[in-house]
Design a protein around this ligand. Structure first.
Ligand SMILES: [Zn+2]
Length: 402
């Protein structure tokens, strides 16, 4: 028996006028999902626990069977795992933003104002150069810096503490004094980072180009290594992750699953759908994995862009170019399988961000021949009314229980 989660990130939506009152999932031409849905269970699942943020981190942890209430320790530790930093249990991960502070002459650091938490969304390339300058001066056995993406970097604090720190984007335009770390060492490093970065040639260049200089580090979002039990221990299944997104790769590292790289998988609408499909088939049939989690970022991205047409396209691509060849190959192999198709959270076009509403799922079992007249979409999954999974992290049991 093989198990597959096909996760269409942010795929769920609201009825749209442009689509005659249908949602993108309902409107999209999804031949394969329709065919499978007629032999599937469908239902709704709450993937975001009450009071938690509808982030992809929280939601995907839940779908993979980890109760976010117990296992979510913050975003920076998952970011750490995602960029390949295998945290020790005693490590604390901190987000290290490269920020822009005001540059009045002759005033103490504490009196400066936070102008931009992203240094004009600095490129990763520029950021890496500046962070290297900081690293050379400040890194030691206790504090290690790692380059992430754009303004978002990482500090790992050996035997650190989960101290309370303030996100810079919440206080733009304010004097920083009140928002600085109480921890002396962290404060000291922020001050020194200003001295190192203020007149760095790259910042001189940036000012000339009219860009905000990235003139200070800002630490926040402390968290410990998410102590995910290994997926194999939890489920007795050998599992693999296929995703273009660092966060998902980070979760896989935490769950001790294999990460499978697919060339051309890029998180966008024009990703390598066929490549993901083939990689999933290969890992199940050739590498001896029992479980594969296929994550597709495109529907979420199109939701954030607010494009109805492209979101529909992303769903149709998932159906015809990913799921279709996947089930064809599995059917041809004669291997029994169970396939769970679902989003992690809705990313409704109308709000262009995530919502916490429950999401529709369909669960197909190649051995069963149910005869249903329903399709897989928000409305029918909700109206079918027969399955509502209140705790999303329990859905995985429904998939893998025989
Ligand atoms: Zn998501």
């Amino acid at each position: 028996m093989k198990y597959i989660v096909m996760l269409g990130d942010g795929m769920a939506d609201e009825p749209l006028q442009e689509l005659g009152g249908k949602t993108p999932l309902e409107y999209a031409n999804t031949e394969t999902m329709d065919r499978l849905a007629a032999k599937s269970e469908i239902g709704m699942a709450h993937t975001i626990p009450e009071g938690m943020n509808p982030g992809s981190d929280t939601a995907n942890l839940a779908v993979l069977g980890y109760n976010p209430r117990l296992y979510y320790t913050g975003r920076s530790p998952l970011e750490a795992l995602s960029i390949g930093v295998d945290m020790k249990e005693t490590d604390v991960a901190l987000r290290c933003n490269l920020v822009t502070l005001s540059e009045e002459t002759g005033i103490p650091y504490e009196e400066r104002t936070i102008i931009d938490h992203s240094s004009d969304e600095i490129s990763t390339e520029d950021a890496a150069i500046l962070l290297e300058a900081v690293r050379k001066e400040l890194e030691n056995d206790t504090y290690k810096f790692y380059v992430g993406t754009s303004y978002r970097h990482l500090l790992i604090w050996d035997k650190g503490m989960v101290v309370d720190l303030v996100p810079p984007h919440d206080h733009l335009g304010s004097v920083i004094k009140e928002y600085l770390p109480e921890d002396e060492m962290l404060l000291e490093m922020m001050k020194k980072s200003y001295d190192i970065l203020e007149n760095h040639p790259l910042n001189v260049e940036r000012r000339k180009k009219g860009l905000n200089p990235a003139n200070s580090c800002w630490f926040w979002g402390a968290g410990t290594r998410p102590a995910l039990t290994s997926f194999a221990e939890k489920t007795h299944l050998k599992g693999a992750m296929i995703s273009a997104v660092d966060l998902l790769k980070g979760i896989a590292v935490g769950a001790e699953m294999q990460n499978i790289e697919v060339e051309g998988a890029n998180g966008g609408l024009h990703t390598n759908y066929e490549g993901k499909s083939k990689a999933a088939v290969d890992t199940l049939l050739k590498d001896g994995n029992d479980f594969v989690y296929i994550h597709l970022e495109a529907p979420d991205e199109m939701g954030h862009q607010g494009s109805v047409e492209r979101k529909v396209q992303a769903i149709e691509n998932m159906d015809s170019r990913l799921i279709k060849p996947l089930v064809e190959a599995l059917d041809a192999s004669g291997e029994d399988y169970r396939l769970l198709i679902m989003p992690d959270h809705p990313t409704p076009i109308c709000i262009r961000t995530h919502s916490s509403n429950p999401v529709p799922f369909m669960l197909y079992d190649s051995r069963k021949d149910l005869k249903k007249d329903w399709h897989y979409n928000e409305r029918e999954a909700s109206e079918s009314g027969n399955i509502v999974v209140e705790e999303g992290y329990q859905l995985i049991d429904r998939l893998i229980r025989e």
